[in-house]
Design a protein around this ligand. Structure first.
Ligand code: ADP
Ligand code: ADP
Ligand code: MG
Length: 666
């Protein structure tokens, strides 16, 4: 077997490959861009080589630099992961010329499947069924419109060189054809450098069903069954599962054999996926072949008990396939959810930011063998890492396995309930609604599922419950009294103690368009919380690193509260509420009051320093003002005390979390 390989990718797939290599005793070399110097994949590999600046074009897409790094490190092979150079015929050939094994199919197979049009012609000859359409060389607009008229509307225009859901246009009427063609060609040339398009019948309510194939260099080729990837947004996958609900043995065999025929037709070797579009009557048509490992390969691993990266390494080394067709079987059901840094409510726009807080459910990492209770997470990031604008917005893949679909579904919704992310917009709450929706739970699958169920999937946000508000309030009171459950003894909660009676305090939390006013009455042994007509006695039972336990009106309420600046993120009962505390004075520092460190709640610039070293100030006195993203934040004294040192001056740029002042409470 290889003794050292280079992994020409980043993120979760680079980590995934590194995990298998380590298990097989193979040394790994990571490559990284300047943006990824501290990335997880760099930490997981034995060696790492810097290959260029952040933009992929200057780093992860520089094949020559990557080959140079592999040679210098003494690697024998290169695993390209997916994306980047994985389907680049030139790169695969260059590896071979440099004496390196490209862990993927032979270059001619990549070329044959690289153009959707040429691939369709080939598949036609191999007897694989195709969606009615035109995929020839004639690109004359009038000719293409005639083809569309003949096929019948709606039709789909696709960039031949396209991928990742880009370069597609649905055309409903002949009159719209010419304009749609021009716009499709513009996108195709700018995204893929090639404006050739094909036209096909746009199927209504189809399912995306793909077959995992594997071939070796000894003439064997098998299929590892299907994955249903019908749940998509913008023609891109969100949920994937295996096996496909409702698949019959007969149809599975027919699709599997068609996929093997497709792979054989191009002299395939290694892992590949043949994508089909399927109709409810059982008919299925070839769409394209992805000549690489697929993002959703883990669901296949979970139901077949195989490690597909290990298979890739063995095949690339020249070994025979580890299993023959008759030795492969499906066990149970697996579902994958892609956790993206994106905003489902805003048209699934990608977002960026730092993973300020990250808690995941108990899970195995990267491999079926270590999956804990059927839950697996493939991820390339840790708490503190950033999702930058340079690369894919995928944060992680959450994969579950169950004895049947119902068990997998319940594990998925449980696991999503336990997934906590603070710091950037993400689709976790959306995924939870999606897997729990009637349509998905009932396996009423087709590619329009998300759009069709828009109302159910995007319900009007219910305002935070009293329990949620109480958790945020408890966290705030706890912090003010020194933190870590210190407020369990309300006598220690100095803030509210008055000799001459009970203090009442009004707290305001903003949540989207709602404003919640909570009145807190400090009593001897507990607090009385009032919101509108509701009122409840509250005590803090305990606060650990992970969660907080309170008693509200005698009922135990548990949840995690994560403070991020003025925002209190409350994770309880499988929901995530963001409550922004409207503190009229202080904007940071409460948590640090005891240690005397006042830190920057965000990266930004110091615009004013309002005190001098040695000043004695009263609690809540503004000390310093910062500016970021056109907003001003005031850092105020957390208690009565003395300013011991001021660590920055006006005009200084400070990092998030940097200590700004040292402060001594008196
Ligand atoms: P397809 O829809 O063709 O099966 P996928 O959904 O598997 O493709 O992935 C979408 C595209 O994004 C692919 O071209 C894939 O290679 C790329 N991609 C996905 N994740 C990553 C990643 N972490 N790094 C680089 N490229 C990625
Ligand atoms: P990509 O290379 O971007 O993955 P594909 O050809 O695989 O492009 O198509 C991506 C998605 O677009 C499919 O999964 C499916 O949802 C939709 N799609 C593709 N072809 C058709 C078609 N003929 N009719 C209806 N939907 C289609
Ligand atoms: Mg595709």
């Amino acid at each position: 077997m290889f003794t050292k390989i280079l992994i020409a990718n980043r993120g979760e797939i680079a980590c995934r490959v590194a995990a298998t290599a380590r298990r097989m005793g193979i040394k790994t070399v990571a490559v990284f861009s300047e943006a990824d110097a501290g990335a997880r994949h760099v930490a997981l590999c034995d060696e790492a080589v810097l290959i260029g600046p952040a933009p992929a074009r200057e780093s992860y897409l520089c094949g020559d630099r990557i080959i140079e790094a592999a040679l210098a490190a003494g690697a024998q092979a290169i695993h390209p992961g997916y994306g980047f150079l994985s389907e680049n015929e030139g790169f695969a050939s260059a590896c071979a010329e440099a004496g390196l094994v490209f862990i993927g199919p032979p270059p001619p197979a990549i070329r044959a499947m690289g153009s959707k049009s040429a691939a369709k012609s080939l598949m036609e000859q191999a007897g694989v069924p195709l969606v009615p359409g035109y995929h020839g060389d004639n690109q004359d607009p009038d000719f293409l419109r005639e083809q569309a008229d003949r096929i019948g509307y709606p039709v789909l225009l696709k960039a031949s060189a396209g991928g990742g859901g880009k370069g597609m246009r649905i055309v409903e009427h002949s009159a719209d054809f010419t304009a749609a063609l021009a716009s499709c060609k513009r996108e195709a040339i700018s995204s893929f450098g090639d404006d050739a398009v094909l036209v096909e019948k746009y199927l209504l309510r189809p399912r995306h069903i793909e077959i995992q194939v594997f071939a070796d260099n000894h003439g064997d080729c098998v299929y590892l069954f299907e994955r249903d990837c019908s749940v998509q947004r913008r023609h891109q996958k969100v949920l994937e599962e295996a096996p496909a609900p409702g698949m019959t043995e007969l149809r599975r065999k027919a699709m599997g054999e068609a996929a093997v025929a497709a792979a054989r037709a191009v002299g395939y070797a290694g892992a590949g996926t043949v994508e089909f579009i399927a109709q409810s009557d059982g008919s299925f048509y070839f769409m394209e072949m992805n000549t690489r490992l697929q993002v959703e390969h883990p669901v296949t691993e979970m139901i077949t008990g195989t490690d597909l990266v290990e298979w890739q390494l063995r095949v690339a080394y020249g070994e025979r396939l580890p299993k023959a067709q008759q030795d492969l079987a499906i066990s149970g059901h697996a579902i994958e959810a892609r956790i993206y840094a994106e905003n489902p409510e805003k048209g699934f726009l990608p977002s960026t930011g730092t993973l300020r807080h990250l808690r995941t459910p108990d899970a195995g990492m990267f491999s079926i063998a270590t999956a804990s209770d059927g839950v697996r997470i493939d991820s390339g990031v840790r708490e503190g890492d950033a999702i930058s604008p340079f690369y894919d917005p995928m944060i992680a893949k959450l994969i579950v396995w169950g004895r049947d679909r119902a068990e997998a579904l319940s594990r998925m919704s449980q696991a999503l309930s336990r997934y906590q992310i603070v710091g950037l917009a993400n689709n976790i709450a959306f995924l939870k609604r999606l897997v729990e929706s009637e349509a998905f739970a009932g396996a009423d699958l087709d590619t329009g599922l998300i759009e069709r169920n828009h109302t159910a999937l995007f319900p009007v946000l219910a305002p935070a419950s009293m329990q949620t508000l109480a958790l945020a309030t408890a966290a705030l009171l706890d912090e003010e009294s020194g933190g870590a459950g210190g407020a369990a003894n309300p006598w220690a909660a100095t803030t509210g103690w008055r000799m001459n009676g009970r203090l009442q305090r009004q707290l305001e939390f903003a949540e989207e368009e709602h404003l919640h006013a909570v009145t807190v009455e400090y009593r001897g042994n507990d607090w009385l919380l009032r919101q509108g007509a509701e009122s409840c006695a509250m005590t803090i039972v305990g606060r650990g690193a992970q969660d907080m336990l309170i008693k509200l009106g005698g009922v135990a309420v548990r949840g995690a509260v994560v403070r991020d600046g003025d925002a209190f993120h409350v994770f309880a009962g499988g929901t995530h509420a963001v409550l922004t505390y409207a503190d009229p004075m202080a904007h940071a520092g409460e948590a640090e009051a005891d240690s005397g460190r006042l830190t920057a709640p965000m990266p930004g610039k110091i615009v004013a320093v309002l005190v001098s070293q040695g000043d004695s100030v009263a609690k809540s006195t503004p000390l310093l003002i910062m500016e970021a993203m056109k907003m001003e934040h005031t850092i105020a004294a957390p208690a009565n005390g003395v300013v011991e040192a001021i660590l920055y001056a006006v005009g200084d740029q400070v990092a998030e979390g940097a200590q700004l002042l040292s402060f001594k409470p008196v």
